[in-house]
Design a protein around this ligand. Structure first.
Ligand code: KG4
Ligand code: ZN
Length: 367
């Protein structure tokens, strides 16, 4: 099944062309995974501005569609108009998939309208996909991996961990298509906490990669920030207290600074805060995930979502999994942050379970 997928839930306009096959062991071949990032547009505002996101998606969608078609159609006959390439590409597409939620409503609608238009014009079925399932299944795009050519082995049951800008949740997965949510954040998502702490440290949006960079030069044991909810036996998270602890720490430094000169965080101090904050987050997430793995007798841990791009988190996770003889599964690097190939995986997995969704923007769609 060849899927053309569209993702516009936040600040990335993304289109992909993916072949999917198999039922017991689904596998995917990514022909193209195009992402047009709007980060430079939103950066001056310190976060995503919905109406600007919508404007940019509307501008980028036709450009990406043409790029995707040109990439796909290799022909000796010179096609003249962009439309000719699109027609040729669409002949071989079996279904169009689009993110219907969660996300920013005006942004979601741009993708939905574009997908509806394509599906209608070329008589293709349209599949509405859940962005969170996209993050959950994005590891399937890594099989076989580029380096080992080996298929990703997944032993079940597994614990799924989604850590993104909008969500933080733990799932107990008895199979790839049946799971139960066992915990989630009670306030800020982990990516959101990275972004907010970055802003406190005058680092640009998105904050996750910036904090990771700053943390490399800092001492992770410099400040004993709290490890939220670790003493509680549930699988929920809370990051707003940790974020406030960082804020109070900075305010405290400001109070004790020389009142005659404007307060500026010294770079070394900033790096220590970044490293200490990152460590508190990573320790909390890993401790809760490992505890869930023990309780549910999991044999694998699957992580997904933008924060999974954090190399420090991945390497500590990998070691913890090695120690507990668990298989650690992460998406390929280019499939971690928002992209459309992951939406094709979610759409395909939904066809296996005959799950359908209304094709309307659902900003609060959950798992
Ligand atoms: O999954 P994603 O691309 O979009 C959402 O669905 O939210 O995740 C974006 C989030 C942002 O909060 C960003 O700061 C965070 O992922 N992020 C990171 C890193 N790269 C992206 N957080 C920590 N370390 C990173 N290297
Ligand atoms: Zn996402």
């Amino acid at each position: 099944m060849r899927i053309l997928s569209i993702e516009t839930s936040c600040d990335e306009t993304a289109l992909a062309l993916v072949d999917a096959k198999g039922t017991e062991a689904p596998s995917f071949k990514v022909h193209a995974n195009l992402v047009s990032s709007q980060i430079p547009i939103h950066r001056p505002f310190g976060g995503v501005v919905p109406h600007l996101a919508k404007r940019e998606h509307l501008k980028n969608l036709p450009l990406l569609l043409e790029e995707l078609a040109r990439h796909d159609v290799k022909t000796t006959k010179r096609l003249v108009a962009p439309e000719d390439y699109i027609v040729a590409m669409m002949k071989r597409v079996d279904a169009v998939a689009v993110t219907v939620g969660p996300g920013l409503e005006p942004a979601l609608w741009t993708g939905i309208n574009a997908a509806q238009d394509l599906a209608r014009r070329f008589g293709k079925p349209l599949i509405g996909a859940n962005h969170l399932e996209g993050h959950l299944y994005s590891f399937l795009l890594a099989a076989p991996t580029r380096t080992t050519k080996k298929k990703t082995i997944i032993n079940l049951p597994a614990i799924g961990l989604i850590i993104s800008g909008g969500h933080t949740m733990l799932l107990e997965m008895s199979s790839l298509t049946s799971w139960k949510k066992i915990g989630e954040t009670r306030d800020d998502a982990v990516g959101e906490a990275f972004d907010k702490v970055a802003r406190m440290l005058s680092l640009p949006y998105p904050g996750g990669p910036e904090i990771e960079q700053a943390a490399k030069q800092g001492n992770p044991a410099a400040i004993a920030f709290p490890r939220p909810m670790l003493d509680q036996q549930n699988f929920d998270f809370s990051f707003s207290g940790l974020k406030t602890a960082v804020l109070y720490h900075i305010k405290d430094l400001e109070t004790h600074a020389n009142p005659d000169t404007p307060f500026i965080l010294d770079e070394a101090v900033r790096n220590d805060i970044a490293a200490s904050f990152q460590t508190a987050v990573i320790e909390t997430i890993i401790a809760k995930t490992m505890r869930a793995a023990r309780q549910y007798h999991a044999r694998s841990i699957i992580i997904g979502g933008g924060v999974a791009a954090n190399k420090t988190l991945r390497s500590i996770f990998e070691k913890a999994c090695e120690q507990e003889k668990l298989i650690f599964i992460t998406p390929a690097r280019d499939a971690i942050t928002d992209n459309a190939a992951m939406i094709a995986t979610a759409a395909y997995m939904n066809t296996l379970t005959h799950t359908t969704r209304p094709i309307v923007a659902q900003s609060n769609l959950n798992l």
